[in-house]
Design a protein around this ligand. Structure first.
Ligand SMILES: O=P(O)(O)OC[C@H]1O[C@H](OP(=O)(O)OP(=O)(O)O)[C@H](O)[C@@H]1O
Ligand code: HPA
Ligand SMILES: [Mg+2]
Length: 183
């Protein structure tokens, strides 16, 4: 089966490949402008942020370094457990660095709220967040996010890095997962 045929499991495509590409280019232009005189360390949050990191980093014109952290709060379900676990820590020392966390989605906000304070405790010069997607109606914590690609409805979505039980990450669009797939 062709990988992209799994769009049959979506009730709606929220962001097409073209829309994602265009928005990522706009975010990259903003980031280039804001960090024009600074060295930025992009911190990608595995595994969901892999696609955003790959496309955003290549859309930037400034030199950046990249590091990765793996945290998990969802396991194999569609609801955050609220408990964030570090599965893989950063290799980089954050002391005096300008850190930009790159994420695929802010849903409850629990992952990023926890991660931002965790990274802030390591002595960086600054910590900001860039997320492709945000669900304003699902956010449970107050969290300051500098770069947001798109606000989306409070529905479980997949594609472009986002999974359900590790599937659908390789879709080139973001869509709402049909409830029959997980109910
Ligand atoms: O705002 P929240 O409710 O905390 O949800 C957002 C987080 O959940 C997902 O990761 P997950 O823990 O499923 O791991 P994954 O990136 O490997 O899919 C997603 O990639 C974000 O990191
Ligand atoms: O809507 C979502 N889809 C996939 N993974 C997620 N992690 C948090 N929210 C979501
Ligand atoms: Mg996930």
């Amino acid at each position: 089966m062709d990988a992209q045929d799994v769009t049959a499991d979506l009730t709606e495509v929220l962001c097409t490949k073209e829309e994602i590409d265009a928005r990522i280019k706009e975010l990259a232009a903003e980031i280039d402008r804001d960090y024009a005189d600074k060295d930025v360390l992009l911190v990608g949050v595995l595994k969901g942020a892999v696609m955003v990191m790959a496309d955003l980093s290549r859309a930037l014109s400034s030199h950046v370094t990249m590091d990765w952290m793996a945290v998990s709060s969802y396991g194999s379900g569609t609801k955050s457990s609220g408990v964030v676990r570090i599965l893989k820590d950063l290799d980089a020392d954050l002391m005096n660095r300008h850190v930009l966390i790159v994420e695929d989605i802010i849903d409850s906000g629990l992952t990023l709220s926890w991660l931002k304070s965790n990274l802030e405790s390591r002595g960086p010069a600054s910590v900001e967040i860039c997320t492709l997607l945000r669900k304003p109606d699902a956010v449970k914590v107050d969290i300051d996010v500098k770069y947001v690609g798109m606000d989306i409805p409070n529905k479980f979505v997949v594609g472009y890095g986002l999974d359900f039980a590790e599937k659908y990450r390789n879709l080139d669009c973001v869509g709402i997962l049909a409830p029959h797939v997980y109910e």
